[in-house]
Design a protein around this ligand. Structure first.
Ligand code: GLN
Length: 199
């Protein structure tokens, strides 16, 4: 049966804080796998593109020859979570996985790094403590994009179809709720794929 077992979630491990994402996914019962080469994408249910430096991540995707495998994953409807630089990598000016454009380092020099309590759609009533590090915000988004959270009137967590993205670092706090939204999307996507295969 295709959908048996723990959810296999790749974490792009070219640069940035992939370890903390892997730990968060493990805590939620997922089976994380570091992704560095196209082969590492095989059999994954979902993929996380972590924070770091978006230009560097983009270059490393190119030199590892990972782009076709990332596109296949996305086109198959398997979920993608992009956080901080990962949001930028997913945006319309980069991989184009989400109909939105990020503005890099958007909060300015005074606010390089900060924490804020956010109301996040789908995360319950308790505010979610979010860590922002030279974060982008979402400058523009299409009508199909759902805004899950905003800070100072700028969207900082968005979803479109199978793609979830946020400007902050959900892997740097103990709060599992943002990753839990992603794992729920992944469970649903795997169930859908299983139903289609049986048809
Ligand atoms: N400022 C970085 C960029 O523009 C993103 C920072 C981060 O991922 N923490 O790529």
């Amino acid at each position: 049966m295709a959908e048996a077992g723990a959810l296999k979630v790749g974490v792009l491990a070219l640069q940035g804080d992939f370890e903390a994402h892997a730990e968060a996914l493990r805590q939620l019962g997922g089976e994380p796998r570091e992704v560095r080469m196209p082969e590492d994408m095989e059999g994954l249910d979902a993929l996380v593109i972590p924070g770091g430096e978006s230009t560097t991540i983009g270059k490393m995707i190119d030199s590892a020859g990972l782009e076709p495998a990332l596109r296949d994953h996305h086109e198959a409807g398997r979920p993608v979570l992009g956080t901080c630089a990962g949001l930028i990598v997913c945006d319309a000016e980069h991989l184009g996985f989400i109909d939105a454009t990020a503005r890099r380092n958007a909060f300015g020099r005074q606010l390089q790094s900060f924490e804020a309590d956010l109301e996040v759609e789908g995360a319950g009533d308790e505010p979610l403590r979010a860590v922002f590090i030279r974060a982008p915000w979402v400058e523009r988004h299409g009508p199909g994009v759902e805004v899950l959270a905003s800070y100072q009137d700028h969207p900082v967590a968005i979803r479109e179809g199978s793609v979830l993205a946020c400007a902050f670092h959900p892997e740097l706090t103990d709060d599992p709720r943002f990753h839990a939204i992603f794992m729920a999307m992944t469970t649903a996507a795997r169930e859908r794929a299983g139903e289609e295969a049986r048809r």
